[in-house]
Design a binder for this molecule. Structure first.
Ligand code: BT5
Length: 313
């Protein structure tokens, strides 16, 4: 946001303030102040007149100006109305040497899931990617996926949905297999060192159920009605940042929110299918499955919940 416009907005936020006072304070003409107020209104900010002058009555829910003004994120923010994929955009920023940036979009036209699957990302969702350069070996990056899932659950719960995590990257509505959000982590680097890490989170926020594919997909709108995406994004980023700076806290937090532990699962791994009871998750994010041939640690794969361990077939 341009400097004077930002100053006008800040003054209105702490207002009321009169047009002439504001013009004098900022060293611009009254006409210029008025132009900025009009532009802010067009961007969705409600500016109300009163006896003592103008004040800010409300901030738009989402969008570039709202995010820039109202999102107090622990990362630099790059907002796009529409973008092919926030993960791709974050990767481009990585090649430009950036870090600690979050790319946000209202809509993605080429959203990606894992294993080259597509992720439907209509306007109204929360599609974001955090670009980091953590000093960890590549084998530890699954911890960031788990941290993002924990953060998403926290944010979804504050928005009123009883959310849980299904290993490794799905956020579901408790007591159902309905998927609310997913995480896609990508990285670049060498065998012993991560150069960049992009943690992408997609939350079906204010989107219609029929705009997202699959019988199991759901959205916050479908579960609890529309939410304040700015607040949700802020909460998610804060919770992720907390976990990112406290790696030892990730696994305990994940266990607290996980629905996979204690379930009979079938995991499709690159090395074949593993079936048994999911008994734990261990550093840096492997699922421990008790099979008839003993314990197996699975580092990656698609997990299906069969039925609760010990439950009737
Ligand atoms: C995921 O993949 O769950 C990871 C999704 C990550 C998306 C974010 S959005 C911001 C960032 N930028 C990107 O380009 N991506 C990340 P996976 O577990 O593979 O699930 C994909 C499968 O879920 C698809 O094959 C569909 O069956 C289904 N699906 C597609 N879109 C969906 C949606 N919006 N909600 C629920 N399920 C969906």
């Amino acid at each position: 946001m341009q400097g004077t416009r930002r100053a006008v907005l800040d003054a209105l936020a702490t207002g009321p303030v009169s047009g002439p006072d504001l013009a004098e304070e900022l060293g611009v003409s009254r006409a210029a102040v008025w132009k900025h107020v009009e532009a802010l209104r067009e961007a969705g900010f409600e500016v109300e007149p009163g006896g003592d002058g103008y004040s800010l009555a409300s901030v738009p829910d989402f969008g570039g100006p709202a995010v820039e003004f109202g999102l107090d994120a622990p990362y630099a923010v790059k907002y796009h109305d529409t973008v092919p994929s926030t993960n791709e955009r974050a990767r481009e920023l990585a090649t430009e040497g950036r870090e600690n940036v979050v790319v946000l979009a209202d809509e993605q036209t080429g959203g990606k899931g894992r294993l080259d699957r597509a992720w439907a990302s209509p306007s109204g969702g929360v599609w974001l990617s955090v670009l980091l350069r953590p000093e960890v070996p590549p084998a530890q990056t699954p911890l960031f996926t788990l941290a993002a899932a924990v953060a998403t659950v926290r944010a979804a719960r504050e928005a009123g949905v009883d959310a849980v995590i299904k290993w490794p990257n799905d956020v579901l509505v408790a007591g159902s297999e309905r998927k609310l959000a997913g995480v896609l982590t990508e990285m670049g680097g060498e065998a012993d060192r991560v150069d960049w890490l992009v943690v992408g989170v997609g939350v079906n926020a204010n989107v219609d159920r029929d705009a997202i594919p699959g019988e199991r997909a759901t959205s916050l709108r479908a579960e609890v009605g529309d939410v304040d995406r700015r607040a949700l994004t802020q909460r998610l980023l804060e919770a992720f940042h907390d976990r990112q700076t406290d790696p030892d806290g990730v696994l305990p937090a994940w266990r607290d929110h996980a629905v996979t532990l204690g379930q009979r699962v079938r995991v499709e791994t690159p090395g074949g299918e593993v079936t048994g009871e999911a008994v734990d998750v261990t550093f840096p994010g492997s699922l421990v499955v008790e099979t008839t041939d003993g314990r197996v640690e699975v580092t990656a794969g698609d997990c299906e919940h069969l039925r609760p361990a010990g439950g009737s077939p």
